[in-house]
Design a protein around this ligand. Structure first.
Ligand code: B16
Ligand code: MG
Length: 218
């Protein structure tokens, strides 16, 4: 008998590359505080919540600030980030993703979003994908960040699917760990060494072929 499966997609690094906008806003914030923040250091922020990202950034700058100041900086960073997000269009959808989503819809395979971003619904709306998702779980709905499985378990619940029948597509190691902890099949997007804990790894989203998807579905 065919087992029904569903997909849960991460947003940044899988559907769109918003990491570049996060980077610009964090770098400008670091510069305004008097230190530099490199692209390599930005890797540490991928898949990490906004609050945790600020902690990491301040650690890099060797800075300790009162909570009130941190709140101010979080607002400032997000305002700049949103100024980039507001200009996003469907052209920023990563290669292969439109094909994959259309293939899943055609084959009656449900899918949800499982993102740490509190801005996830806005981003999906900007790139015109919001109506394709059966369910959305974003950073406003979870209390525990990846690698905790909460975001994906909630996604499975919203899809009315058993976790073992869900397939997660993720670019961050914390996300792959979260998917594994949720007992889901994990597909890593990125470097095979970094994402070696994933059940499958593809170097980028364009490598997610319909042949591979068919092999998972059937
Ligand atoms: P926001 P994902 C994550 O998105 C990003 O990878 C991470 O860099 C960001 O800090 C986090 O969202 C929170 O984003 O500030 O918009 O709430 O990869 O989980 O889709
Ligand atoms: Mg990501």
């Amino acid at each position: 008998m065919k087992t029904e499966i569903a997909f849960i997609f991460d947003l940044d690094g899988v559907i769109v590359d918003t990491a570049k906008y996060h980077y610009l806003a964090w770098r400008n914030l670091a510069n305004s505080l008097g230190f530099d923040f490199t692209k390599e250091q930005n890797e540490q922020l991928k898949g990490v919540s906004r609050v945790k990202s600020l902690e990491i950034l301040l650690g890099i700058g060797n800075m300790k600030l009162p909570d009130e100041k941190k709140q101010e900086l979080l607002i400032k960073k997000n305002e700049e980030y949103l100024s980039y997000v507001n200009n996003m269009t469907a052209e920023e959808i990563l290669p292969g993703i439109n094909n994959m989503l259309d293939f899943l819809i055609k084959n009656d395979v449900k899918f949800a979003l499982g993102s740490a971003s509190k801005n996830a619904p806005l981003i999906l709306e900007k790139v015109g994908l919001i109506n394709k998702f059966t369910a959305i779980v974003d950073g406003n709905q979870v209390t525990k960040a990846k690698p905790d499985p909460e975001v994906f378990l909630l996604g499975a619940e919203k899809l009315k699917m058993k976790p073992t029948n869900c397939v997660v597509v993720e670019d961050a190691i914390a996300g792959v760990k979260a998917a594994n902890a949720a007992n889901m099949t994990s597909i890593g997007i990125g470097n095979a060494d970094t994402l070696k804990e994933a059940n499958y790894v593809f170097e980028d989203t364009s490598k997610l072929t319909t042949e591979f998807l068919k092999s998972l579905i059937n």
